[in-house]
Design a protein around this ligand. Structure first.
Ligand code: TXA
Ligand code: MG
Length: 332
């Protein structure tokens, strides 16, 4: 509790508090204090064209920030808040620094108890991007935040490992139709089923204008990273030469395990990490694993691609963004 009073006071004085949410750790500042917001951009080395999400403590605060909240948006808020969903609305309040000059504002009620308590103690909106340097992997523990931002933050609240492990789903509810701008663990399918509406997914693996943060190099490890499809793994392994080592495979399927087992025995510089085979646990572990690998001076990380199903969509999106290239067929 003492930490919470301290955190709220730091925010009131224009300071920065890193805090846990169920998705990833956020770097928080008073959403009504442009000087504090400016510090977020500086510490993250993030361009001003990338707007920040404003975190609120309760649904009643929606109308402080948003205009024209549709019944569909209210339905989503009731179903998924507090939780890993960010909604964009026409903005009522919020400086152009917070919203990157857009006329919309991103709002979310996080469900992590530390985030909730801090929001209650502070009372107002807390603007918070993920607590990492621009384009890097989001932190999923307090130690990761320290690793990314060190002493540039006034306080880091430790709430353990993030439950979800990937950033929130972002849905634009400011127009006539719901548009998903960033996939998250709340899927387009879940939203469409709840609303009984068609939901369009606008994100692509190519840069676009609507989500300023959606350029290609995002959520990326420092180590060169590639994606490989399971069926070409065996032929890639047979083409492997010593100059490509040390190299780490991040795999998921039984098929990949078997393909790697033999080659691994012959090549000491070839390492392998087995990921969970279900999307929820995979998402929880992914950033932690990639961050760990970045500290290990390997030449290359190769990640087995994931199933083409809706519960894997957010993971697939982050993997494509983390990898500079795709390994199709490397032999021949
Ligand atoms: O799970 C999350 O959403 C985490 C936690 C801390 O809440 N936050 C997070 O924030 O991932 P950030 O800033 O790293 O990513 C938010 C993305 C950015 O790409 C930003 O450009 C986009 O959302 N965004 C925010 N407000 C927007 C707006 N009004 N219009 C378009 N894009 C917006
Ligand atoms: Mg981020």
């Amino acid at each position: 509790m003492i930490d919470m009073i301290k955190a709220a006071n730091i925010l009131r004085e224009g300071g920065l508090v890193a805090f846990p949410t169920e998705t990833v750790y956020g770097l928080g500042a008073d959403a009504n204090n442009d000087l504090a917001i400016e510090r977020i951009f500086r510490v993250k080395e993030r361009p001003h064209s990338h707007p920040l999400i404003v975190h609120i403590g309760k649904i009643e605060q929606l109308e402080d920030w948003a205009r024209e909240v549709s019944p569909a948006a209210l339905e989503l808020a009731e179903a998924f808040w507090p939780g890993p969903l960010t909604m964009l609305f026409k903005k009522k309040q919020g400086s152009s620094l917070v919203t990157g000059g857009q006329d919309t504002i991103g709002l979310r009620i996080p469900r992590h108890p530390v985030a909730q308590t801090m929001l209650q103690a502070f009372g107002g909106g807390i603007a918070a991007p993920s607590a990492n340097k621009f384009t890097r992997i989001s932190p999923t523990s307090a130690a990761d935040v320290y690793d990314e931002l060190g002493s540039h933050v006034d306080l880091i609240l430790d709430g353990g490992e993030c439950e979800v492990g990937l950033e929130s789903t972002i849905i634009d509810m400011s127009g006539d139709h719901p548009l998903i701008l960033r996939p998250g663990m709340i899927t387009a399918q879940q939203i469409a089923t709840l609303l009984g509406l068609e939901v369009t997914s606008l994100y692509t693996t190519k840069p676009n204008k609507i989500v300023p943060g959606s350029h290609m190099v995002h959520y990326a490890p420092v180590t060169p990273t590639s994606l490989i499809d399971t069926p070409v793994l065996a032929s890639y392994l047979s083409s492997l030469t010593a100059d490509k080592l040390p190299l780490v495979f991040v795999i998921r399927s039984q098929e990949a395990m078997l393909a790697l087992a033999q080659t691994k025995a012959k090549m000491p510089g070839l390492h392998c990490i087995k990921m969970p085979d279900d999307a929820m646990h995979y998402a929880h572990d992914l950033y932690h694993v990639l961050r760990g690998l970045d500290h290990q001076h390997v030449k290359h990380i190769i990640i087995e691609s994931v199933p083409d199903r809706s519960e894997w969509e957010a993971i697939r999106d982050r993997l494509v963004k983390a990898s500079g290239k795709r390994i199709a067929v490397l032999t021949g």
